[in-house]
Write a protein that binds this ligand. Structure first.
Ligand code: ZN
Length: 218
């Protein structure tokens, strides 16, 4: 009798354990969504992430909620930008309407003795990951790269409508092309979409301009 009782008692921990559907995993506690307060009702923020080479990176706050859901483009519909307007005559692609508008703008600028050259046009999400990979291999963190390059999946370049003028960094705003664009780009449907004081607090990219629609249609 005693042995049956002791056998039953020894089984209790197993019986309790098996009656539970989930066992708490103390090594990997569930990640709670980040909660912030602004003296207003609690607002839930879902952290957005991107995976590069099996590593998960959190999208910085300045890019959260700005993901562009665009499929990779191919040629056609992509068309090649005339090489006379491309730095070192390389191959850069845009969608036809953006390419035609850019060509018209660059030719008009040329008549005003402004030489437009671009460093970049269409870039796939895959290529954007490659840019990040290269920068991180040089020792930069994901967050550091995100200060001046849109994260993969967040770049307007994947739309086939955006260009980066040369030089494609902050120095561009000191060229004679930048003030010309400020005055005339709208006539050709181009806008500076990562401006110095933009509402979305994205990094300022003076060399980045996107085709939207002619100013008369905006
Ligand atoms: Zn750009």
């Amino acid at each position: 009798m005693t042995s049956i009782r002791s056998l039953f008692l020894s089984l209790i921990p197993f019986l309790l354990l098996s009656s539970s559907c989930t066992v708490a995993n103390t090594e990997n506690p569930p990640v709670e969504p980040l909660l912030i307060t602004n003296d207003k009702p609690y607002k839930q923020i879902i952290q957005e992430t991107v995976v590069i080479d099996s590593q998960v990176y959190t999208i910085p706050a300045s890019w959260q909620g700005q993901r562009i859901g665009a499929r990779p483009l191919t040629k056609p519909p992509l068309v090649q930008v005339p090489s006379e307007f491309v730095k070192d005559g390389g191959k850069i692609y845009l969608l036809p309407e953006a390419c035609a508008a850019f060509k018209a703008m660059a030719e008009t600028a040329k008549q005003n003795n402004i030489q437009m050259l671009i460093d970049s046009g269409y870039r796939s999400e895959w290529y954007q990951k490659k840019i990040y990979k290269r920068q991180m291999e040089k020792g930069k963190t994901f967050a550091e790269v995100a200060r001046y390059v849109a994260p993969p999946g967040y770049s307007e370049h994947m739309l086939g409508l955006a260009v980066d003028f040369h030089p494609s960094d902050w120095r561009f705003f000191k060229t004679d092309v930048y003030p010309w664009l400020k005055v005339h780009a709208g006539e050709f449907g181009f806008r500076e979409t990562y401006p110095e004081h933009g509402p979305a607090k994205k990094p300022w990219e003076p060399s980045h301009w996107r085709y939207l629609a002619p100013a008369t249609q905006l």
